[in-house]
Design a protein around this ligand. Structure first.
Ligand SMILES: [Fe+2]
Length: 386
């Protein structure tokens, strides 16, 4: 055999025998799930520092009608990274006015493009939560899994449970992130995360395959706000994602990025990643929880859960490491037990947010409008800002 032919055959053999696909995030947590607690019953920040009593405040005309309150709101938000306007219950029936207050903190509202959840607009730029009440939502920073994130998130409470017997039912929790960052950097896991970065694997279903959302996480058409796969791919790549397509128009994306984010105001890197982007996100999510964890990126199908995370060198995180990921946030958890008319603005750098599952008795409602802050291009971590 001539040398050239032999080389060609060798090459053909090499491409035919592919290395076994790497397994990712294939821990079976269903028998031993990572159960979030969110709050360790300690006071992380005195609530007087971030709650503004608005009982007797005129708020119906937005910040223009009450500049004094607006200034106070701005000051508290700048100082703490969290502000909760509470007491004016009539605001709960006036979503347009609540939006004006949220917009005062986050003036250029972002469209929920590339978002994780299937969110529908209530009024322009105000979204539903997009997650079932039965599921816990692990602490996370909003849109940390793409290179364009948002600087904050606001919640407007239209209806709340307000059960005196169980005041935290339906509460949202925030986690103070300077503390969480210090804690994680003190662990071996935190140092690995700092040195290796993180890879987010996210798959999106094709809406043509489903008449509704039952059992399905999110369609790429909604996430990227287009029905054209080429355009969706272009938008995904613009957000730093690697894209490949599976069967039935199943869109598979990967994003290699830092697990931290440089925060210019404090001149330090803050923790900006969480277990919320792991298959375990769905451990209590009706219809998706029955599906197995994603086993490989290459072989991922819509029969598996659509999320996975690894370190940035594609190596797996152990269950212990993922537990540490949850613990550092929970050590700094703060409950926000909603009352009708509450408006909360949360800095996405300085706080993570999440919630427990909750139940609703007959006649009870819990309705929050979500408003996203300004979009910004992620910088990742800076070497001299630890
Ligand atoms: Fe969120």
């Amino acid at each position: 055999m001539c040398a050239r032919l032999f080389t060609r055959r060798l090459r053909a053999a090499a491409t035919a025998v592919r290395p076994p696909a790497r397994k990712i995030s294939n821990h079976n947590f269903e028998v031993n799930p990572i159960v979030p607690v969110f709050w360790r019953e300690k006071e992380v920040i005195n609530s007087e520092k971030y709650i503004i009593d608005t009982t007797n405040e005129n708020m119906a005309d937005g910040p223009k009608g009450n500049p004094q309150l607006a200034r106070k709101m701005r000051k508290v938000f700048d100082e703490v990274g969290l502000v909760l306007l509470r007491g004016n219950r009539e605001m709960g029936d006036n979503l347009e006015a609540m939006k004006l207050w949220a917009e005062f903190i986050f003036p250029s509202l972002s469209k929920y493009e590339a978002g994780a959840n299937a969110r529908k607009g209530i009024i322009p730029n105000v979204y539903e939560i997009g997650a079932p009440k039965e599921a816990w939502l692990h602490f996370h920073h909003e849109m940390a899994y793409v290179n364009e994130s948002v600087n904050g998130i606001a919640f407007c409470c239209r209806e709340a449970i307000e059960d005196p017997e169980d005041p935290l039912r339906g509460a949202t929790f925030v986690s103070e992130n300077f503390g969480a960052t210090d804690d994680i950097l003190a662990t071996e896991f935190g140092q690995k995360l700092k040195n290796k970065g993180i890879c987010y694997i996210r798959c999106l279903t094709n809406k043509e395959r489903y008449s509704n959302m039952d059992g399905v996480y999110n369609h790429w058409q909604y996430s990227f706000m287009t029905d054209c796969p080429k355009e969706a791919e272009r938008r995904a790549k613009a957000k730093g994602l690697e894209v490949s397509w599976g069967e039935n128009g199943y869109m598979k994306t990967k994003c290699y990025i830092s697990g931290f984010e440089y925060h210019p105001q404090s001149n330090r890197n803050l923790l900006y990643s969480a277990i919320a982007d792991h298959s375990a996100w769905f451990d209590q999510w009706p219809t998706v929880m029955e599906k197995p964890y994603m086993k490989t990126f290459e072989g991922a199908t819509e029969e598996e859960r659509p999320l996975a995370i690894t370190f940035g060198d594609d190596s797996e995180m152990t269950r212990e490491e993922l537990q540490t990921f949850v613990d550092v946030y929970e050590n700094h958890g703060i409950p926000l037990a909603w009352q009708k008319g509450d408006i909360a603005a949360i800095c996405n750098y300085r706080f993570a947010h999440g919630r427990l599952p909750f139940s609703l008795a007959e006649g009870e409602q819990r309705e929050l409008g979500v408003i996203l802050g300004q979009m910004y291009k992620r910088l990742g971590q800076k070497d001299d800002a630890w």
